[in-house]
Ligand binder design. Structure first.
Ligand code: FAD
Length: 392
């Protein structure tokens, strides 16, 4: 039965990654606060796998441990004529694992979840839903994710179709994730397989692209995954789950969270790493800031967090512009190969955590310019419109 017209301390519009993290953080820091999540789909958190580096999460953030995520001590990257093991801890959890943690909080009584009801209007202290309910809150947070219309956004796309497979007769040969196996045919931009060995017999393989277009071809991805398995002499396997996604990678506009309520969280507020597509590092910090600030100071604290991340956000968008506008699609893998070959693990760690320094940024840029880069093309790459996903 749908809830109607109630008052809360926190009302969260949208039930995705950011909403889940925020609910966990609030429960940890303000156990008595009453929280509502309103999600238009029939269940929270969709069908995703979210990964992150262990060092993306500050040690002070203990509440994420409520999610029983998997951890690997290192991972690999593979490119034509180059392969590397990177000794950085890597973690991953699914929508189901996040849901289990959030459901456990809801069972304790202070978190309400309204699914199957769309947010139609939102203001500084209330929101209205399609079912006709009005919920008021001391703090309203808009976590409704990316806007669906990409037509006016100047960006590239990170897109993937993933297949989780169960091996029937043998074990997966490698215990470590492969973040990028770019030894595959370079179609539709920079293409790689992302491989997560979830158990000794279960593996998630995502056919991933950094592309100009948001469209995906499931059959093409499935063929690639079948070939990948066959090349490893894996004949007998069952497809147990699929997921796909497409994330805009904006060229312009720094993170601009609005200084006035309602606060925008998650992708909608710009709280994601524009160059890697990973949301978790910034979504955790956003959640921690909201949950540890008094309602009157939240705007100020969020503005401060945005200021602290401004350089990294601007530089990441600049990298996207270089990648998508100045490097020919078939040469893009060379940029990533150089990134992993030339940079020390500590720089890679800070880059993913959105904590890289200006010296790190210089290291990332220094090296042979992409082929075809002329001063005119470089200057022209700045003539782009701000990304409305982050500005409206
Ligand atoms: C290819 C790809 C790979 C990725 N890999 C990773 C990764 O490994 N690690 C990582 O950290 N991030 C990853 N991301 C990014 C991450 O998935 C997103 O950036 C993140 O989910 C954003 O969180 P969010 O809560 O802002 O939005 P979402 O998770 O998209 O949630 C928004 C929610 O709001 C709901 N909603 C929308 N409109 C309404 C409405 N009107 N009323 C009610 N509900 C509404 C939606 O149904 C949805 O459930 C990846 C993304 C892609 C595409």
């Amino acid at each position: 039965m749908l809830l109607q017209n109630r008052e809360y301390d926190f009302v969260i519009a949208g039930g995705g990654l950011q909403a889940g993290l925020l609910a966990l953080a609030i429960h940890n820091h303000q156990t008595d606060a009453r929280v509502l999540i309103v999600e238009e789909n029939d269940r929270l958190f969709g069908n995703h796998t979210w990964s992150f580096h262990g060092s993306d999460v500050p040690e002070s953030v203990t509440w994420l441990k409520a999610v029983s995520y998997q951890h690997w001590p290192a991972y690999k990257v593979k490119f034509p004529s180059y392969e590397k093991r990177i000794n950085l801890g890597y973690c991953s959890f699914s929508s189901a694992q996040l849901n289990a943690a959030v459901e456990a909080v809801a069972l304790q009584g202070n978190l309400d979840i309204q699914t199957g009801d769309s947010v139609e209007a939102i203001s500084a202290d209330s929101l209205q839903t399609a079912s006709g309910a009005t919920f008021t809150g001391k703090v309203i947070v808009d976590c409704r994710g990316a806007r669906r219309d990409h037509s006016s956004i100047r960006c590239g796309f990170q897109k993937f179709h993933g297949f989780e497979v169960e091996l029937e007769q043998q074990e997966w040969p490698d215990r470590l994730p492969i973040l990028m196996d770019a030894t595959v045919d370079q179609q539709d931009g920079f293409r790689f397989l992302y491989v997560l060995p979830l158990t000794s017999r279960r593996v998630l393989i995502e056919d991933t692209y950094f592309s100009e277009t948001p469209t995906l071809d499931r059959q093409n991805s499935l063929s690639e995954v079948k070939n990948y398995l066959a090349e490893r002499s894996i004949e007998n396997w069952t497809l147990v789950r699929e997921e796909n996604g497409c994330l805009p990678m904006p060229f312009n506009s720094s993170m601009k969270p609005n200084a006035t309520a309602p606060i925008r969280g998650g992708f909608r507020g710009g709280w994601f790493h524009a160059a890697t597509g990973y949301s978790l590092p910034l979504a955790v910090r956003f959640a921690e800031t909201i949950a540890t600030s008094s309602p009157k100071k939240i705007d100020q604290q969020i503005s401060l967090l945005a200021t602290q991340n401004r350089f990294q956000a601007t530089f990441s968008r600049f990298l996207n512009r270089l990648l998508f506008q100045l490097v020919s699609p078939r040469k893009r893998f060379e940029i990533f190969r150089r990134f992993y070959r030339a940079l020390p693990d500590t720089t890679i760690e800070r880059f993913y955590a959105h904590e890289f320094t200006k010296l790190d940024a210089a290291r990332i840029l220094i090296g042979a310019p992409p082929r075809g880069l002329t001063p005119v093309r470089f200057l022209n790459s700045f003539r782009v419109q701000p990304c409305p996903v982050l500005q409206s």
